[in-house]
Design a protein around this ligand. Structure first.
Ligand SMILES: [Zn+2]
Length: 244
């Protein structure tokens, strides 16, 4: 009787829908940067995208930067709707290790993919990344990245505002979640910078390495690009179509 019950329960779970659920939890894209590119780019599995932002008090995202990110997402993905929510939290730290960043996401993040909605998480921190004080942003998982708001403000100079830098960094980090450049795929175009893996060799692409570095002002002439170049866009289009 006991055995029969177990078998019945297992049979009940072994419907195709539940198997998909098991598969999702075992083979998750969430742990590796760029691995969720298909889920983010395509609209068949998740037709909507939600962006959850948690920021350290006083380090809120710039609304124009968030709006630009939403616009870029609409341009390059098949998502029908892109929404944003944000909330603040306190922090007494001002230098963060990757482990601390991951822990902060775990304690602050409340939204995860489910139903027809994929969720991307953005942490906005004060202070700096302990392993690289030049970092303006880091994409560290399949669905999440961090922005260092005070470093972005420090990187501004005479002709380039922190707002313009923030717009470029937020699109750049999102580009890494999409797999740019050559993260888990091989582009037909020769546009990866050999000296800076997974970055574009074109300084007019938002995926140029210096976009996420405090040295941005010395590395670029004029405004930082906040859009993908034609090779980036072609990669994204081919990935979306399943040709890469
Ligand atoms: Zn980068």
């Amino acid at each position: 009787m006991q055995k029969l019950l177990v078998i019945t329960v297992m049979m009940a779970f072994a419907t195709p829908g539940c198997l998909d659920g098991f598969k999702e939890s075992f083979v998750s894209c969430d742990n590796i940067t760029g691995e969720c590119k298909y889920e983010i780019l395509r609209g068949n599995e998740y037709s909507r995208l939600h962006i959850e932002v948690n920021y350290v008090t006083g380090n809120a995202p710039d609304s124009d930067a968030l709006n630009l990110l939403k616009q870029r997402i609409k341009e390059v993905t098949d998502k029908s709707t892109v929404t944003v929510s944000q909330s603040s939290f306190g922090s007494t730290d001002n230098s963060y290790t990757l482990e601390e960043i991951v822990d902060l996401e775990a304690s602050e993040r409340t939204e995860f993919k489910g139903g027809n909605t994929f969720v991307v998480h953005i942490l906005y921190l004060n202070g700096e990344f302990s392993d690289n004080s030049q970092a303006l942003g880091i994409a560290y998982s399949g669905t999440s990245f961090v922005m260092f708001k005070e470093k972005i403000e420090d990187a501004s100079f005479l002709l380039i505002s922190s707002k313009d830098i923030e717009k470029a960094v937020i699109v750049h980090e999102f580009g890494h979640l999409l797999g740019l450049v050559n993260k888990g795929y091989q582009s037909p175009h020769d546009h990866e910078d050999p000296d800076h893996p997974h970055h574009s060799n074109n300084e007019e692409s938002v995926m140029y390495w210096a976009i996420e570095s405090q040295d941005i002002g010395n590395q670029l002439d004029g405004q930082p690009p906040n859009n993908f170049d034609e090779y980036d866009l072609d990669d994204l289009s081919l990935l979306k179509q399943g040709k890469l």
